[in-house]
Design a protein around this ligand. Structure first.
Ligand code: ADP
Ligand code: ZN
Length: 540
């Protein structure tokens, strides 16, 4: 500590400077800290990297110095608890954690320190906190007025609407019932309006002051490309823009993680796999290397990243579509935490739309939950298909409106405005073709076959099925295969076409009628030059 340091000061700025060595609060931090020190409940929405930890650490210190006792931090992330307690130790703030990594002697020591009033902060997993034995200890502290504050981190875990629901979080309602008068704050980096409402209700925070920071991450450049050859597109992106940079490549399945990591290694890049199917030791080792070494690429499922604080991640690439905008935002948000320019790159295609829709349809969840998941997916699809500023769409989802016409100038659509193509007529052709093929054969067909019929590209299947006699045969010759894929993807994304069964056979949804009648305008981006795929000969 500095020679002039005052270890008894309860002034937030003094604490910030003398304990943490920072010069000033950022964004809403000062207001949050002031309000919590005064004993108000708070809901803190702040993007990843915004500095949520200080929002409870500074009040914890101030209130402990004022004789109010210990702050209990609820966190689901063991790694994060370790890091934070380590850092607080170094700053000379007595703190500890309780989780499954402690043996019984270690646990007893922490419990003694807790009851003696020595600890300023105690981190614990939610299932610990709601354990009767632990609640009894808290009650004894509460009786002596030595229970200062509850800080509930990752509070979106309490919501079933969120992407990261945890059963144990539901039990936290008990804190309100048993510890009246102890202020509570909930913190999260994810909260669409639905999740916010859930947090307020389940944690009884109706009286809480709400602090909602902007979710904009201006240094992240968003790019969404149409999937053509995803691997080569990724490689080009990595080679052109991120030689030697650290970054994360997200894939949907464990198998794809393994294959992609191996392939990148074969291409001479330093890539490591990470997914929940790897043993704990390997996961730990890969994560440590990613944090410590420079320029590693982590190829991972969504199992990787929560609580990872690596400031210089220069890119996050998605080879597959995430489930929804929160997922996309959280995952891309791991890039550029140091404020330096970073890229969020995603490739997205027809199969992504179909897969995500199917995963929802086939899940065991109830109808209401499925309906919500579908509408969340729709919002992400709309952003992916959007021809306008991506950031406007993204922020809109979190309730941040920009003036009409505002553009960020740091996304693909702002930097290279796509040429628009009126696909209304093409969409009608596609729908009639889906209808005709089905009517003629008595069952549906996949998109590749439909595109062949639309383009009049004779194949064994078009001959065998007699589809060359249909009125829709060859009506879409003038439109390229890439364009057709875009039309069909858009129709599925908009819900006018459904893709079913093992072969993704296409069928018309009820809403297709309005499109067929020409009542719905469909606009697509003009596709860029397609890479050769060696299929040209089929259409001759
Ligand atoms: P979050 O939990 O919101 O993702 P953290 O609390 O981990 O963010 O903070 C992110 C980084 O920003 C940390 O390295 C932290 O030390 C730093 N930080 C937070 N607030 C300040 C501040 N007021 N001044 C300087 N650095 C800060
Ligand atoms: Zn933009």
């Amino acid at each position: 500590a500095l020679p002039s340091a005052d270890p008894t000061s309860t002034d937030p700025l003094t604490i910030l400077r003398e304990v943490f060595g920072y010069t000033a609060f950022r964004g809403h931090q000062a207001a949050i800290v002031r309000s919590v020190i005064e004993g108000q409940d708070a809901l803190v929405l702040m993007p990843t990297g915004g500095g949520k930890s200080l929002c409870y650490q500074v009040p914890a210190i101030a209130r402990h110095r004022a004789g109010l006792g210990v702050t209990i931090v609820v966190s689901p992330l063991i790694a994060l608890m370790h890091d934070q307690v380590g850092a607080l130790d170094e700053a000379g703030v007595p703190s500890a954690f309780l989780n499954s990594s402690l043996d019984s002697a270690g646990t007893q020591q922490v419990e003694r320190d807790l009851l003696s009033g020595k600890l300023v902060l105690l981190y614990a997993a939610p299932e610990r906190i709601t354990h009767p034995r632990f609640l009894a200890m808290l009650e004894s502290l509460h009786e002596r007025q030595k229970l200062s504050l509850f800080a509930i981190d990752e509070a979106h875990c309490v919501s079933q609407w969120g992407h990261d629901f945890r059963e144990e979080y539901l039990q936290l309602g008990v804190l309100t019932e048993r510890f009246a008068g102890v202020p509570r704050m909930a913190l999260t980096a994810t909260a669409d309006s639905h999740t916010q409402a859930d947090i307020l209700e389940r944690l009884s925070l109706q009286q809480a002051e709400r602090f909602v920071s902007s979710f904009d991450r201006p240094n992240i450049r968003y790019t969404i490309v149409e999937k053509d050859n995803a691997r080569l597109q990724l490689l080009r992106f990595l080679r052109d823009e991120h030689e030697g940079d650290a970054g994360i490549v997200y894939c949907q399945s464990r198998k794809k993680v393994e294959e992609t990591a191996e392939w990148l290694q074969d291409e001479g890049l330093s890539a490591l796999p990470y997914h929940a199917g790897l043993d704990a030791h390997t996961r730990r080792r890969h994560q440590d290397r990613f944090l410590r070494e420079d320029g590693l690429i982590m190829v991972a499922t969504v199992a990787f990243g929560m609580g990872i604080d690596k400031p210089d991640v220069r890119f996050v690439a998605h080879l597959d579509l995430p489930k929804n905008i929160e997922g996309y935002y959280q995952e891309t948000g791991r890039a550029g935490r140091d404020g330096e320019p970073a890229n969020a790159w995603m490739s997205y295609g027809l199969a992504d739309v179909v897969n995500q829709r199917r995963m929802i349809d086939e899940s065991a969840a109830g109808e209401e939950f499925k309906r919500l998941q579908r509408s969340k997916l729709d919002a992400l699809l709309a952003m992916s298909e959007s021809l306008d500023c991506r950031r406007v769409r993204l922020l809109q989802y979190f309730g941040e409106e920009r003036e009409s016409g505002w553009r960020c100038n740091n996304c693909d659509n702002c930097l290279q405005p796509p040429a628009r193509w009126d696909a209304t007529e093409a969409a009608r052709m596609a729908l009639s073709c889906i209808y005709r093929c089905h009517q003629h054969s008595g069952f549906g067909f996949g998109s590749a076959h439909l595109i062949d019929v639309l383009r009049g590209a004779s194949t064994e299947k078009t001959r065998q099925r007699g589809h060359e006699q249909l009125s829709t045969w060859g009506i879409g010759r003038a439109i390229s295969e890439t364009q057709w894929r875009g039309v069909i993807r858009q129709l599925i994304a908009l819900g006018h076409v459904v893709a079913e069964g093992e072969y993704y056979t296409l069928g018309l949804a009820d809403s297709a009628r309005a499109v067929l009648r020409g009542e719905v305008k469909i606009e697509l981006r003009e596709p860029r030059e397609p890479t050769p795929r060696g299929r040209g000969s089929r259409s001759s």
